[in-house]
Design a protein. Sequence first.
Length: 257
Amino acid sequence: MSILQNILLVTILAGVVSVLIAASFSLGLLSKMVDNMVSVSVGILLATALLHSLPEAFSFPDTKPQILFGTLLAGLLGFFLLEKIALLRHSHHHEGDGHEHHHGHDAEVAGRSGWMILVGDGLHNFVDGVLIAAAFMANYEVGIFTAIAIIAHEIPQEIGDFMVLLNAGFSKGRALLYNLLCGLSAVLGGVLAYFFLEKAHAMMPYLLVIASSSFIYIAVSDLIPQMHRRPHWAESLRQTVLIACGVGFVLLLSQAS
């Protein structure tokens, strides 16, 4: 097969396999424990952003830390503004909670509530596609091992994404469909990198930073405040342990890859 055919095949597999493996966990046993898994999601999202994506972005040559930090700030403020104008609002009222919402308000809000995490996931997968393409253009074996490593580090992130979507009110089918579509953005990244590798490579650190800002914003502005609604000592200890489990899961698979 040609290099382009290899890139297409492997980016499709990489985009789909990690989602399906994550779904086998998230949509099975874990979906019955969504409230408990919010804490794990916080650990996974923060660890993915702070211990994987951001260090990778800062490792690119000729990148200025001030510009990357500025991009991170712009990403956080951008998601705040999007949420503020209700385009990507991420709230969790309940009908009958004493607030005067129209009937169906919460279903309507829930239908929009997972979009921020999907934006970040799509950007992250796009960067993965660029990495796979660059590896194949260097060497076939390097491309294969790069794809395996990407699938390994994508699994915990995808589990975190599923938990956020389920917690936001998405059905299992919609959560799976949208994550698969985001996974296929790796194909777009791979194809564009094949034709415009230099330009695509220059964009990668900034896309990684914006994706990280999505994960950080979701964890800090939405999930952690939910956890604070249960302030008992026993609950707080359990949440801390589960956050540590999420961080450990990312670290474990990062070492394995």
